[in-house]
Design a protein around this ligand. Sequence first.
Ligand SMILES: Nc1ncnc2c1ncn2[C@@H]1O[C@H](COP(=O)(O)OP(=O)(O)O)[C@@H](O)[C@H]1O
Ligand SMILES: [Mg+2]
Length: 354
Amino acid sequence: MKQLIENHRVIVCTGSGGVGKTTLSAALGVVAARMGKRVLVLTIDPAKRLATTLGIDQSADEVQVPGQDYAGSLHASMVDQTRIFADYIRRHATDQATIDGLFNNALYQQLSTTLSGSQEFTSLSKLVDTADGGRYDLVILDTPPAAHAVDFLRAPEKLNAVFDSAIISMFMGRTRGLKLASTAWKMGVKMLLGTLTVLTGSQFVATFNSFFSAIDAIAPAIRETNLKAHHLLLDRRTAFVLITSFDQAKIIEGEAFHDELENAGYHLKKVIVNRAWPAWAEPGSPQVASVQAELQQQGLTDLANLHRDLCTYYAGRSRAHTRFENIIKLAEFDTEVVGLRALEQLADRLEQIG
Ligand SMILES: Nc1ncnc2c1ncn2[C@@H]1O[C@H](COP(=O)(O)OP(=O)(O)O)[C@@H](O)[C@H]1O
Ligand SMILES: [Mg+2]
């Protein structure tokens, strides 16, 4: 883990929903801050209690996590899609009228919240800003729960398709250069048409004109950000960490995702099997021996045997993961991960095992 942190400036935590991405992103942040790094954890959907622990339940802004005492410093921020997108427009639009016109535009309102790819776009644009901004040594990016997690990484491509002047050209009656075969492109158009149909004739024309003239001005910036995000994700100093669980379905998803990442040229540096076993059955852990000793001492031979069998079972299950390289396994904690101390305990384990 230490080497991973030392050698990278971005760590992207990926994996399917519910495996512990958000929690482990925060715990990795603790490891890095202890090493003296100025680190930002960019979370997407923190559970309420984790958000409170990180100090981001009141505001999505970048905050220093309260109650810490590390050699470096731990910061956190929540990706607030609508706000980041609005900030982005403010920074890249050329004049105030464009900005106002756009924010009041029905198409924009639709696009900024529901467009496929915009949540991904906002987190990637935030990643680009913070990774290059000089304020942090390391940015850890949590990714949204997606049916196919790799969709996240295709977001720049998708959004480019939607904002591509080719589409604008089509609406403007200029059809040269269209890539009609692209499904992403078709999805974008379908989305736009869906919004347009609820408008009356004159609203349609006004909404349509103001939207496209404004977006035409911003499209080059969006494309540039997407390009930067693409390069940053492929950079040698960006590491991907795949998080999975012992659940058979999650492992299959994890393996598919593992292959997609490698094929796409991303640097997958670690696989973490989270909740691999209960802490009392972790192979090689001193807790196993102490549980055994205590059960024997109390004369609970049946329970002691059951415990030993379960330990053998968990150890056997762990051998099923040989397809992954650079794999580490993390026990399931008896209690829910609540509070900074709990994150620190997870960080202790990550330091010990990886
Ligand atoms: N090793 C672990 N031991 C016990 N609970 C865990 C562990 N890892 C994660 N959790 C719990 O699992 C739940 C889901 O974790 P979360 O990080 O929100 O997953 P994701 O972001 O992948 O959806 C949370 O309640 C979290 O506290
Ligand atoms: Mg999450």
